[in-house]
Design a protein around this ligand. Structure first.
Ligand SMILES: [Zn+2]
Length: 423
């Protein structure tokens, strides 16, 4: 008995000792508490350097090399004195400019003057002045399940839409699809979002785009009487909730899984499409992502049907309106026979225009929403015009004839070999 007690005490003491030395999920000093225990909090841990200096070690979900999207988010208690927070990226580099969420207000960028970037971006120091309230600081806005659920509540009020749980993530979160089906036999556009958790700017674009398609204007009503949309806004709910840099909970990149559908998230979409009662198929595919710049990766230049260059024409027609709000973008032809990326899978499987809609990480949020609305409007105009022409011709040829585009819309730059693919 005595030996047992001694051993128990030894292990308790040893554990306590280890937990003090070890980097922590929560750091408390006599001035402030920092923690990560909330949706999107990520894998970071912290270390107390002194009572007014806490270091945050920004870590990915996997030890293997991963896409350089160093996601961080932390919660800071109120504090009465100035404190210093240090982001330590280890082998990675600072990418996302910190944003702060104050109670009862939206997200704001921190003040430039309070941020010092050192060691080629491997360390970032942020000053925080006394605050009477708890605050969240994050690489991008925390657009997690709650944000989607709030939006879904509005979507569910739309008479044009139905929703369905098409599967469950690795951690058993529902994968939710929405679809319009005024006439289930109408051709449909398939839209996906958030395969990659940190790609928050693309969530604003997807929301703006979809909201415009199902909007209350006559254009949207006409559109929804001739075409359907199916969209899955949140493909990787586990990654988003866990604050991952890239993967799902199985440490797999969902946008490299469209060949064998080994993950429940990608399989749920395939299974849903395969089991559509009317065997209808998508005629256009758009996958929303984020990267350093606004880019549209398109793959329809090689299509051997009437849909050739449909995407180019659409983007070209939208260019003037987009330039008025200073939405600068490039268009890149991107094609490969590998199906691993969703864009290629839908192109190859269905012979349809498919696009990766990449939004700049740092694009002004209101401009993202406005630009996506412009693109949605232009898309509806083109499709309704096509529909009318088809009716006139009394045959289903589909799309407008392709035309030569000015050179500036199409980047001839070869894909970068120095950066890993980002979409
Ligand atoms: Zn991506």
């Amino acid at each position: 008995m005595r030996v047992f007690l001694f051993l128990s005490l030894f292990f308790v003491c040893d554990y306590t000792f280890a937990s003090i030395k070890k980097d922590s999920q929560k750091c408390t000093t006599d001035l402030v508490t920092i923690d990560f225990n909330f949706s999107g909090g990520g894998n970071s841990v912290c270390k107390v350097i002194s009572s007014d200096h806490i270091k945050i070690l920004v870590k990915p979900e996997s030890k293997d090399p991963i896409n350089p999207s160093p996601w961080y988010a932390f919660r800071k208690s109120k504090h009465i004195k100035k404190i210093l927070l240090e982001l330590d990226y280890g082998e990675y580099e600072h990418r996302y400019f910190p944003k702060i969420k104050k109670i009862n207000s939206g997200w704001e960028r921190l003040n430039n003057n309070d941020i010092l970037i050192k060691n080629d971006g491997k360390n970032v120091f942020i000053n925080f002045y006394p605050s009477k309230e708890e605050q969240y600081i994050s690489s991008q806005e925390l657009i997690t399940e709650d944000w989607y659920e709030d939006w879904y509540k509005i979507l569910k009020k739309s008479k044009f839409l139905k929703s369905k749980i098409i599967g469950y993530s690795v951690q058993n979160r529902p994968i939710k699809a929405f679809f319009s089906n005024e006439n289930i036999n109408n051709p449909f556009i398939l839209i996906l979002g958030r395969q990659h958790p940190p790609e928050v700017s693309s969530a604003f674009a997807l929301q703006g785009f979809v909201n415009q398609l199902i909007g209350s204007i006559n254009l949207s009503k006409d559109f929804l009487s001739k075409y359907n949309i199916i969209f899955v806004p949140l493909m990787n709910p586990d990654g988003v909730e866990n604050g991952f840099w890239r993967y799902n909970f199985n440490k797999k990149d969902l946008n490299r899984d469209w060949d064998n559908f080994s993950q429940p998230e990608t399989y749920s979409v395939k299974n849903f499409l395969d089991n559509l009662k009317n065997k209808n198929q998508p005629f256009l595919f758009i996958d929303f992502h984020s990267t350093y710049k606004n880019v549209f990766y398109i793959s329809d230049a090689k299509l051997k049907n009437s849909k050739q260059n449909f995407l180019l024409n659409w983007l070209e027609k939208s260019k003037l309106e987009l330039s008025k709000i200073n939405y600068n973008f490039t268009v890149k032809n991107s094609y490969t026979e590998s199906n691993k990326v969703s864009k290629n899978y839908f192109y190859n499987q269905y012979n349809i225009p498919s696009m990766t809609y990449e939004v700049s990480d740092s694009e002004i949020r209101s401009v993202i929403v406005e630009s996506s609305r412009i693109l949605a409007k232009e898309l509806m105009i083109i499709l309704l015009d096509t529909n009318r022409k088809n009716l006139d011709m009394a045959e289903r040829k589909g799309f407008e004839p392709s035309r030569r585009l000015p050179a500036y819309t199409l980047s001839k730059r070869a894909p970068s070999t120095t950066r890993p693919p980002l979409h």
